[in-house]
Ligand binder design. Structure first.
Ligand SMILES: [Zn+2]
Length: 184
């Protein structure tokens, strides 16, 4: 049965390896018996954005929270647990996130690193890809062209100790809410 996909999130990954290019990632995923590369877009080292699997099909990049069916999968080549993304890669990422966000009316808060998805137990996209900074850049980009939709955030608490924030976020996640912690 053909299922109509509605993209409400964008999930950011690193490939976790140092592939040469998108084709190498694709052949690896095909070797796993997958129908195609798992991501919808791959960003190579020179900042080139390469199309992965078609957006008319669910991805194979994040099973947690059913994100394969509602989250567009974007991956940067490299292991960003060990080194930061290259400048061109990061610029391409911000550009891609902004244009996907506009095309599919996805709010910036729904742009998540793989490990920010509740119950996704992973280091991906690596500690050198700081998602809060990426979202900040996408926001700055978006408001400069005034396309940001009005958003209503629900705030439930602010804590001076991160541990206490973690505890509340954990409770909310337990109740099924995708809580994330932002620091300022
Ligand atoms: Zn991932």
């Amino acid at each position: 049965m053909e299922r109509t996909l509605e993209w409400t999130h964008i999930i950011v990954h690193h490939t976790g390896a140092e592939e040469k290019d998108t084709e190498q990632v694709r052949s690896y995923h095909l070797s796993l018996g997958w129908q195609d590369i798992g991501y919808h877009f791959v960003i190579e080292r020179d900042g080139k954005i390469v199309k992965g699997r078609s957006l008319s099909r669910p991805g194979a990049h994040c099973r947690a929270c059913g994100m394969n069916f509602k989250g567009i999968g974007v991956a940067l080549i490299g292991n960003l647990e060990f080194h930061p993304p290259l400048k061109k890669q990061e610029e391409a990422l911000v550009h891609l996130l902004r244009s996907l966000g506009e095309s599919f009316s996805i709010p910036v808060i729904n742009i998540l690193g793989h490990n920010e998805v509740p119950a996704a137990n992973t280091l991906c996209p690596g500690r050198f890809l700081v998602m809060e900074q990426i979202r900040e850049k996408v926001r700055a980009y978006s408001t400069s062209v005034n396309t940001q939709p009005q958003l209503y955030r629900v705030q439930v608490g602010a804590f001076s100790r991160k541990k206490n924030a973690e505890a509340l976020a954990q409770k909310l996640r337990g109740a099924g809410f995708p809580a994330i912690i932002v620091s300022r």
